[in-house]
Design a protein around this ligand. Structure first.
Ligand SMILES: Cc1cc2nc3c(=O)[nH]c(=O)nc-3n(C[C@H](O)[C@H](O)[C@H](O)COP(=O)(O)OP(=O)(O)OC[C@H]3O[C@@H](n4cnc5c(N)ncnc54)[C@H](O)[C@@H]3O)c2cc1C
Length: 484
């Protein structure tokens, strides 16, 4: 059929349409729960991992839980996660932590409060305003602005300014998810939700949000609520055949074949980058491929160290590392070179016996290839090198490996100058593949397809709802036209 004949009776209804959602991260869970709410009945989530949640992964550790992936609700106003939980007494604001951050140099010298107060505002002010757009990379922008500002100050020690600025850039890369700020576009359309940027889940973790979406039973930790019977774990999809105008055919990693009328694909940008050529038959359209190539999924990893007692003095809740030039050069020539990208450590909220550390970029990917023992040995060396007091050996240690996992291949997405060059962005990732009647057959959700809230859980959730609403609207339209 080459034209769309709306006088034909519609064959499928909300009761009979078979919808397959690939992935059970926040985008997949949001899509599925909303579709069920809208009256769709045949909704299946197929998940490659042996658990739901995707990049939300709350696990028991220490005295309660830690989050290996998403940890904070970034902002309040206009944040769909915060909107859902704000009155339920499950989250808490973190407030100002900047004033408690200590900057410690590789010669164990603490950066003075006076210098911190002089230099940090210059680094922070070097970031563009949210509404500001410019050509080139964020790295170019902040570097120019920071050094211009430093140049106007008399008697600033440029070596220390360099150390602090290097550390500032590392922290910003951790927010962006990038290896360097030079690969982040100046045209970011990200819109901050106002309010506390680090709203946290007290001692219950981010999975609380998924449980609320699913309406899980309070006293049953594994209950999937309204998604009971709709989720299949260990179901990795290896091929999505969307040829023609009829049903889509999916192949599972174990050879099992499935069919569906609509597929919502929520796999990460990293999975799309690595697997699109084999995953989709026929290949995806050029605009979609431009987005997959132009956008990037960076790597941010965490370390958790558990001690028998709080390991840090009370006034050291948060500390970042500043490398002296000579120590950095020495480090770069050693087997511990990857430690350069460890940003800092802090005590975990509600868990004073835990230290949490962060590493990002190329060195984070390298760290994933080391054994746990090698990683811990490196971190303990770092503590001895920088800290003016002893830190005991932890009783338990873990690190994340988001890039090595073929179901993720990274942490969160950002816009690059290449995307600008290709004139592509999340909108191309979002665009559904429809038939001649406008029926959405293959749809895309997931954080990287969010125009304004990419890289976050609230962004991912919005994209899941967006695709559910797209289908709902299609069925509302087709029901009306068949009644004419
Ligand atoms: C270390 C880290 C820290 C973060 N911190 C925060 C934070 O503090 N606040 C915040 O808002 N966000 C944070 N994020 C980002 C946030 O976790 C993600 O933006 C969000 O979870 C993405 O959700 P999603 O549904 O788009 O994708 P995902 O959560 O990745 O879900 C996709 C699912 O698809 C599955 N899948 C992949 N391939 C297949 C296949 N072939 N077949 C079947 N299933 C497949 C995956 O297993 C996964 O479960 C963090 C992420 C990381 C990694």
């Amino acid at each position: 059929m080459s034209t769309c004949d709306l006088s034909l009776p519609i064959l499928k209804t909300r009761h009979t349409a078979r919808i397959v959602i690939i992935g059970s991260g926040p985008a997949g869970v949001a899509a599925a729960t909303r579709l069920l709410e809208q009256g769709f009945q045949n909704v299946r989530i197929l998940e490659a991992e042996n658990r739901i949640g995707g990049r939300i992964n709350t696990i028991p550790f220490g005295d309660n839980v830690v989050d290996l992936g998403a940890q904070w609700c970034h902002g309040e106003t206009g944040n769909v996660v915060y909107e859902k939980v704000k009155d339920l007494n499950v989250v808490e604001r973190t407030g100002d932590i900047d004033s408690s951050v200590k900057f410690i140099r590789s010669n164990k010298q603490l950066l003075s409060e006076e210098l911190t107060k002089t230099l940090m505002p210059l680094a922070e002010d070097s970031m563009p305003d949210e509404s500001e757009e410019f050509e080139g990379s964020l790295g170019d922008y902040v570097t120019n602005k920071f050094w211009q500002a430093v140049g106007k100050l008399p008697n600033v020690d440029r070596k220390i300014a360099t150390e602090l600025f290097d550390q500032f850039k590392k922290s910003e890369c951790s927010y962006e998810g990038s290896d360097t700020l030079f690969e982040v576009s100046g045209k970011g359309d990200y819109e901050d939700c106002k309010g506390d940027m680090l709203v946290h889940w007290r001692d219950n973790g981010y999975k609380t949000f998924l449980r609320l979406l699913m309406n899980s039973k309070q006293d049953q930790p594994e209950d999937l609520g309204v998604l009971n019977g709709h989720v299949e774990l260990n179901k990795r999809i290896s091929q999505i055949n969307w040829e023609g105008a009829g049903e889509l055919r999916l192949r599972c990693w174990n050879g099992e074949l499935l069919t569906a009328d609509h597929v919502i694909c929520t796999v990460s940008l990293g999975v799309l980058k690595e697997q699109h050529a084999s995953l989709f038959v026929p290949p995806l359209p050029a605009a979609k491929l431009r987005a997959i190539n132009g956008l990037k999924l960076g790597t941010v990893n965490k370390f958790f160290l558990e001690y028998t007692a709080p390991p840090m003095p009370k006034d050291w809740p948060y500390f970042n590392f500043l490398w002296l030039e000579k120590d950095l050069l020495e480090l770069r020539g050693s087997k511990r070179f990857w430690l350069e990208s460890v940003t800092g450590f802090h005590i975990v909220m509600s868990q004073p016996r835990l230290l949490e550390g962060w590493i990002n970029g190329e060195h984070a990917r390298y760290m994933e290839t080391l054994t746990e023992e090698e990683v811990l040995e490196g971190l303990e060396w770092l503590f001895r090198k920088f800290l003016p007091f002893d830190v005991p050996h932890p009783q338990r240690f873990l690190r994340t490996q988001w890039h090595s996992n073929p179901n993720f291949r990274g942490s969160y997405s950002f816009r690059t100058p290449l995307a600008d060059e290709l004139r592509t962005g999340p909108w191309d990732l979002e665009a559904p593949l429809v038939d001649v009647c406008g029926k959405p057959r293959l749809m895309f959700a997931g954080e990287a397809s969010s125009k304004t809230h990419f890289s976050t859980v609230h962004g991912a959730t919005e994209t899941g709802w967006r695709e559910a609403d797209r289908l709902n609207e299609y069925y509302s339209r087709s029901t009306k036209s068949s009644q004419i």
